[in-house]
Each structure stands twice: as C-alpha cells, then as structure tokens.
Design a protein around this ligand. Structure first.
Ligand code: BG6
Length: 485
C-alpha cells in the first residue's frame, strides 16, 4: 500500500538519468494518479538552478506531441509539487540544508508520519558518501519509512561490488534498499512468471529434453555517442550482459517459486544463478564497431581513447549445471551500433525425433521484450490441400493486436511504484549481485588484460548485424536458422 505524506528526493536531479528516465516516470505515475495524493518531489544536485530552470529541465523529456491541454495542465501541477535544493555531495552542511527543506515540507503535513524515498541518480564516485550523509543528516528516526533506490554500476567486479554493497549496508538495511535493474520492470520480463507458471503446456517442455538452445539478444541501433567516457571504463558486458540479460535469464530458467513473495522469487533466482559456472573464454565472442556509411566508429568518439580495445559487442554462452538445464547453451548477446533496436528471447526447441518429416523447421518460442511486445510460437502445420506437407507458421500474440492500445507501463514507472509500496520482488537482492559478478568477473579480468595481453575484439560495421563471426558462433551451439529468425 502507498503511504501518504511521502517525499521523493531525486539526488542527481540535474543529470541525464534523472532527466531522461526518473522524472518522466514520476510524471507518468503522477498523471495517472498513481502516486500518493499529497506527494512532493524534491530535486538535489550540485548545479545552482532557479526554480524555473529546474522545472524546464525536469519536464524537457515529458512528451505531449499533440499539445493536449489536459497534459499541459498536469505538467503545471507536477511543477507545483516539485522543488529543488542545490548542494554538495560530501558535506554535512549541504545535507543539513536538504534536511531543513524536507522538514519544512513535512511541517505542512497535518499528521506525524513522514516518509522519505531517496532516489540516487548519481555517478559511482559520489555514491557512498551520499548514502552516508543521507543516513546521518536526512534520516527520519521516528514515525515513517526511509528508503533508498540505487542504480548500477554496482561495482566493476566481484570484489568492488562487495565493497560497495558493504559500505551501503553500514547505513541502510536490505529492507530499506531497492537496487534497480530496470529490465525487471519491463512488461515482458514480468510476464515470464505468468507464461511459465500459469501454463501447463509451457512448463512441460521447459527443459533440456525439449529445448536445444536459447538466445537472449539485446540490439541497439546507436553507438556510444558522447557517452564513451563511461562506456569505455565498463564495456558492453557490464553495461548489459552481467545485469539486464542475466536477470532475464534467471526469471526464464528458475524453478517455480513457492509463492509470489519477493523472497521466494529471489531465492529461486539465486539458486539457478549459482548453478552457472564462470563464462569461459572459448564461449565468448567480442566485437567493436567501426565507422560505416557516414556513421562514426567507436574509436572516432572523442570521449574514447584512440587505442581502446573495449568491446561494444559481446556474445557469451552460459551453461546451467542443474538437472533441468544441463547441456543447454544459453547465448547472451548484446551490441551497440547494430542494424536495429530489439530485445528478445528466442527459445529453439529440438528436432522432432520421428523420421517421417525431413528438413522441417524447429519450433521456436520468441518473447519480444521490445519494441512492440509480443510472444510468438513457430510451429509446423499442414499446407491446406490434398497433400500432406508441413510448412512453418506463427502463432502470434502481438500485444498491440491482442490488447489494443493499452498503456504498457514504462519499466521505471513500474519500479518506482513498487519501491513506494515497499515491494522488493523486482529489485536485485545483495546475494543475486554477488553470484552475477562471480559468473562474469574472470572473463572481465581477462578482457582487461589482468592475465596477459588484452584480447582484440573483432570489427563490425556500424549498422550491421554484428561481427560476421556471429553466424558460426551461434551455429556452434546448435542454433539452426529458420525463416525470418
Ligand atoms: C542501460 C545501459 O542500463 O540500459 C544503456 O547503460 C542502454 O547503455 C540501456 O542503452 C538500455 O535500456 P532500454 O530500456 O532502452 O533497453
């Protein structure tokens, strides 16, 4: 349930994440009347801004293409509940200032309860001092809840992650901490629980006896474009695979949780992740995009070092050593500057065992996470007519067609609302992070040259499907291309 008398404090309010994701999501929730009635939003950052500048900034990503008066009206209301405080990230004085502002807002509430939700949209360098200062200077001791919502990067490897998590734990309990992986807020990722556990037919074929291989794919049609400073330090594995795609993998492969409770779900996710050994070099393909058709290469980005060997594309195959999945390859692949924007799960089933049909397509179940949410199943059916011949057909559940123009919530909307309700189901628990880093740390250290020369990624042109080697890479794990896949 939602608590009245809540303030959401966005730290890093002048940054990119706040502008592009946090505020639009808060506005989305506000305009659908999903936030507590008397909600207040306070922005905090170093930049000095007057209220007008702040309001302009936080509404710059809110869409109102048809200039609808009712949306305009809501934007005005949203501005009216939003205030801003500027201050440093490392002094008591600054945070006392923030606390004074919050106290003032709360004094106007008629009841005693005070709830503060701190959303940290901050660079990693100030992350730990901010969690300390918030606890020391802005924490409500009696009559309310305090929560922090935090975002990746959660460290750079197992060791640094443990340090970071440990430092945050000094001040914030697990119950008060909400670690975002925004892929867990996506509609089709949430749908996995229903597809898998509300359908007997799906559950029956969900194992190594029926499934040949699984691909989880992330494709983006743009490069780093000015974000190279951050990206070059992290690379595509930390940016996408180790968190977003691994989270998708865990909900796809976990055993059925005892209940829908956050702890039961996360217990199962951790269990399946623990059965995955660290990624092997031989199961890895790395790529970096080069300029093509007037588009710049990765090394042309001015924020990237000239000689960088940072991968902007990676395919890694993971194996789950448990009775359900032993021997099934799970190929996680992600790339920047590819030919399209698409995130999907493709489950390829085995060949039919009977000899009566030759050269027919395999069954495939595709769950398209974005764009245009869909689930479709590739089957073989008889061609109409007097002869018996099998042809591949699709059973197609495209959400727009089936459910019409319903509003599918943005991931950040869903997650912020969950955090306000205190529901941890779609947030990452500390032990999940630990095991996720165990899987990827050795390969990351190898890529960074800790055990010898740094491996060179293969080149692929901006706007292509990825490295040419990808076709043989996926074939090696038994993937057989069917029509349109
Ligand atoms: C972020 C990555 O976590 O996810 C970005 O840092 C990436 O590099 C983004 O672009 C993708 O998110 P979405 O929701 O657009 O698929």
């Amino acid at each position: 349930e939602l608590k009245e008398n809540t303030i959401i404090i966005v730290l890093g309010a002048s940054g990119d994440l706040a502008k592009k994701k946090t505020y639009p999501a808060l506005f989305g929730l506000y305009s659908q009347r999903l936030l507590p009635r008397d909600i207040k939003i306070v922005g905090y950052a170093r930049t000095k801004m007057d209220p007008e500048e702040y309001h302009k900034r936080i509404t710059s990503y809110i869409k109102n293409p048809d200039d609808k008066p009712e949306v305009k009206q809501k934007i005005e209301e949203f501005k009216a509940i939003s205030t801003y405080v500027s201050g440093a990230y490392d002094t008591d004085e600054a945070f006392e200032g923030l606390n004074g502002h919050l106290d003032e807002i709360e004094r106007k509430y008629q009841t005693k309860e005070r709830n503060r939700i701190f959303y940290l949209a901050l660079p990693p360098s100030v992350f730990i001092p901010v969690t300390e200062h918030l606890k020391r200077n802005c924490y409500v001791l009696r009559g309310g809840v305090n929560r922090i919502i935090i975002e990746k990067p959660f460290g750079k490897d197992l060791e640094s992650c443990r340090q970071l998590i440990g430092a945050v734990k000094q001040n914030w309990t697990e119950d008060e901490t909400f670690r975002i992986d925004h892929y867990l807020g996506k509609e089709m990722v949430k749908n996995m629980l229903v597809l898998r556990f509300a359908n007997v037919s799906m559950g029956a074929a969900w194992d190594k006896n029926h499934i040949s291989n699984v691909q989880i794919t992330f494709k983006e049609p743009f490069g780093t474009e000015g974000r190279g400073g951050y990206f070059d330090e992290f690379g595509i594995i930390r940016d996408i695979l180790q968190n977003h795609l691994l989270q998708v993998l865990s909900v796809l492969t976990m055993e059925r949780p005892v209940s829908f409770s956050a702890e039961d779900i996360r217990d199962e996710k951790v269990k399946v992740l623990r059965a995955i050994p660290p990624v092997e070099r031989s199961d890895t393909l790395l790529g970096q995009y080069v300029g093509a058709d007037g588009k710049p290469g990765y090394l042309d980005d001015e924020t990237v070092p000239r000689d960088s060997v940072c991968p902007t594309f990676a395919a890694t195959t993971l194996w789950i050593n448990n009775p359900r999945w032993e021997g099934v390859p799970f190929i996680l692949k992600a790339g920047k500057a590819l030919n399209e924007a698409k995130v999907e799960i493709r489950i390829q089933f085995k060949d039919v065992t009977s000899g009566i049909f030759k050269d027919i397509s395999r069954n495939e179940l595709v769950i398209r996470i974005q764009p245009s949410e869909a689930v479709y199943l590739k089957l073989n059916a008889k061609t109409p007519g007097l002869y018996t011949r099998a042809v591949p057909v699709d059973m197609d559940l495209t959400y727009k067609r089936r459910f019409g123009e319903v509003h599918i919530p943005e991931a950040y909307e869903a997650l912020i609302l969950d955090a306000l309700k205190g529901d941890h189901s779609n947030f990452v628990r500390d032990d999940e992070l630990d095991v996720a880093w165990k899987i990827f740390t050795p390969i990351l250290h190898w890529i960074e040259g800790r055990s010898g020369p740094r491996p060179r990624p293969v080149e692929y042109p901006y706007g292509s499907r990825g490295p040419a080697e990808l076709t043989s890479f996926v074939a090696k794990y038994g993937f057989r291309r069917s029509e349109e896949s």
